[in-house]
Design a protein around this ligand. Structure first.
Ligand code: ADP
Length: 267
């Protein structure tokens, strides 16, 4: 990783002399590689569902001769795949909006307790099938300066991931607490866990530990990348501690300057 990439050029110089130019192009090469990987990844992620949809569409002209059960299954699968493409495109748009945002992250006070109670309702609905024990422990007066829509995406991504990547009937704890250095958000689960080799790469776009599993849960591989960008925008960063078969703990802290405690509980 510490190897440098150098560009060496010999160019004419005065009096028929030659000049040797050496330029460090390590960063440029990395950026170009990231750009190419990104385009390749987006193309691949969009092509896969399209291939499936096209396959079913070819079959449909003969639908009169097919059992209705088969036709219904084809329609349901096409719907799943188009939702997958939609999730992916929404995720990409969200990422580029955050990257291009001129909005200052610290202008507005965000009512985090209310935000988390709203996400709790959505999480309970999502959890109906999985039947995890979901615990929300939320400091009712603790707010932060930031951008509500971004914080909503970051917190909900982390909470929904805990639900998705924990086998049925697990235990998930969401906490929003005051700490001496500001405010702390955390989501702890006793789910699949993540191997050390994967932890550092989780916030890369499209990085998924188990592609097949992630596809089943409808994930696009962009969630944690969005979380990382949102937290950077709020001067914070994502901490991940995890062990395979034991579970994961995702957390982040907001500095005291961004934290505000209201005089009355907000309900
Ligand atoms: P995805 O859309 O695939 O969920 P994310 O960026 O949100 O994408 O997550 C990246 C990968 O990190 C997931 O595919 C999954 O393998 C892993 N992951 C995320 N959260 C958890 C968790 N709470 N427990 C175990 N693995 C997780």
């Amino acid at each position: 990783n510490s190897q440098k990439i150098l560009e060496v050029r010999i160019v004419p110089f005065v009096d028929s002399n030659l000049m040797l130019l050496i330029r460090d192009v390590t960063r440029l090469t990395q950026i170009e590689k990231m750009r190419k990987d990104f385009v390749a990844n987006v193309s691949h992620e969009l092509r896969t569902p399209l291939t499936v949809i096209n396959g079913y569409l070819e079959m449909l002209p003969d639908s009169a001769n097919l059992p209705p059960l088969m036709v219904n299954k084809a329609i349901a699968e096409m719907r799943t795949q188009s939702v997958r493409m939609q999730t992916l495109i929404e995720g990409l748009l969200q990422l580029s909006r955050i990257e291009a945002s001129n909005e200052r992250a610290f202008d507005k006070l965000v009512n985090v307790p209310q935000l988390l109670w709203q996400i709790e309702t959505e999480a309970q609905a999502l959890n109906r099938e999985k039947q995890h024990k979901l615990f929300f422990d939320i400091a009712p007066q603790l707010c932060v300066y930031g951008i509500e829509s971004e914080l909503r995406s970051a917190f909900s991504n982390l909470i929904f991931n805990a639900i998705h990547y924990t086998t049925d009937k697990g235990v998930i704890e969401v906490k929003w607490q005051m700490v001496k250095d500001g405010a702390r958000f955390s989501v702890k689960d006793n789910g699949d866990g993540i191997a050390p080799k994967d932890i550092n790469r989780l916030t890369e776009r499209f990085y998924r530990v188990d592609k097949a599993r992630s596809r089943k849960t409808g994930g696009s591989g962009l969630g944690l990348s969005i979380v990382k960008h949102v937290l950077t925008h709020h001067n914070s960063n994502l901490k991940i501690s995890s062990a395979v078969g034991v579970g994961s703990d995702f957390s982040c802290e907001f500095s005291p300057e961004l934290t505000f405690v209201t005089s009355k509980p907000i309900h």
